[in-house]
Design a protein around this ligand. Structure first.
Ligand SMILES: [Zn+2]
Ligand SMILES: [Zn+2]
Length: 272
C-alpha cells in the first residue's frame, strides 16, 4: 500500500491489477476491483484502511483482473461506472476473445456497471475533481478509461500503461497499438511535470516514464513499418527482430508480452 495524495492510496495488486482509493467525507471512490477470488479479502483490507465501504467504483476496462471484483464491491454498496464499451464486454453485448481466441464469458448481472459513459464523466468528491475519460482510440481494449485526480495530480491509466513492459494489446477486445500512441499523447497533454502515474500493474511512475514509453511505442511502430513497406511477410518481419534495441529492457524474462507477439500485433495492424 502506497500513499499517493491527500486521502489517496494505491493498493498494489500483483498479479492482479492495482486498486486506487480516494477517501473523504463524500464517500470512498475506488478505481478497479481486481480479481473475483480476492474481492472479499480486498474489501476487508480497504475497509481497514479507509474505515469505509466503497461508494463509487470505476472500471478502467473489462478484464477480470480489474473488474472481477465488481459483484462483491457492488454488494458492499458501490455504484459501478464504466465506459460504454467496457460495459458491453461485461454484459456480453459484445463478445471478447482471449489470447487463445476463446470467447470470454460475461460475469453475472451483479457485476455489471450501472452507469456507463461515452467519452467521459467528471466526479466532484472529497475536494477533488476526478476526470474520467476514454482513450481517444482503442489501445489495450476498446473500453480503456483513464482517471485523473486533478488537484492531487494523480493519474490512473489501467492497462494502457504497464511500467517497463511491452503492452498487452487485446486484439480480441479491439485493442490497437496505434491507440497506445494516441492515449499517451492525450495523457501527456492533460498532465503536468509532477503527475504521479498509476499503471494497471506495478509501481508508481512519473511523466518521464510515460515519455520513454511513448518513444518506445513510436520507435517500435516505425521499425515494423519499415519492414512492412519493404514487402516483408509476417514471418520475415518477426525473424528480422526489429525490436532488438528495446527488447532487453521491455521484455525481461517472464513478461506477459514477448517481442514476437508485439511485432505480430503491429504488423497485422499496419497490414489492415
Ligand atoms: Zn491487467
Ligand atoms: Zn487488461
Amino acid at each position: 500500500m502506497t500513499d499517493v495524495g491527500p486521502g489517496m492510496k494505491l493498493l498494489g495488486g500483483t498479479p492482479g491489477g492495482n486498486i486506487t482509493l480516494l477517501n473523504g467525507p463524500d464517500g470512498l471512490f475506488v478505481v478497479d476491483a481486481q480479481f473475483e477470488v480476492n474481492a472479499i479479502a480486498n474489501l476487508a483490507k480497504i475497509e481497514e484502511i479507509a474505515k469505509a465501504k466503497p461508494k463509487y467504483l470505476v472500471n478502467t476496462h473489462a478484464h477480470f483482473d480489474h473488474a472481477g471484483g465488481n459483484e462483491q464491491f457492488a454488494k458492499a454498496g458501490a455504484t459501478i461506472f464504466a465506459s460504454e464499451n467496457s460495459r458491453k464486454h461485461l454484459t456480453e453485448q459484445v463478445a471478447s476473445v482471449d489470447r487463445a481466441g476463446l470467447a470470454r464469458p460475461a460475469p453475472r448481472k451483479g457485476a455489471w456497471p450501472v452507469v456507463s459513459f461515452k467519452d467521459g464523466i467528471d466526479f466532484h468528491l472529497n475536494g477533488q475533481t476526478i476526470r474520467v475519460f476514454q482513450s481517444p482510440q482503442p489501445a489495450h481494449t476498446d473500453g480503456d478509461t483513464v482517471i485523473y485526480f486533478v488537484e492531487a495530480d494523480v493519474l490512473d491509466m489501467g492497462d494502457v500503461y504497464t511500467k517497463g513492459r511491452y503492452p498487452g494489446v487485446d486484439v480480441g477486445s479491439n485493442g490497437t497499438q496505434a491507440g497506445f500512441i494516441a492515449a499517451f499523447k492525450r495523457v501527456l497533454e492533460v498532465t503536468g511535470p509532477n503527475t504521479k502515474i498509476i499503471p494497471g500493474h506495478g509501481d508508481l511512475a512519473n511523466r518521464k516514464d510515460l515519455e520513454v514509453t511513448l518513444a518506445m511505442h513510436q520507435g517500435a511502430r516505425a521499425a515494423v513499418e519499415k519492414l512492412v513497406k519493404s514487402g516483408a511477410t509476417l514471418q520475415q518481419t518477426i525473424a528480422a527482430k526489429p525490436l532488438a534495441q528495446w527488447t532487453p529492457q521491455w521484455a525481461p524474462s517472464g513478461s506477459f508480452t514477448s517481442d514476437d507477439a508485439f511485432v505480430r500485433v503491429i504488423y497485422n495492424e499496419l497490414k489492415r
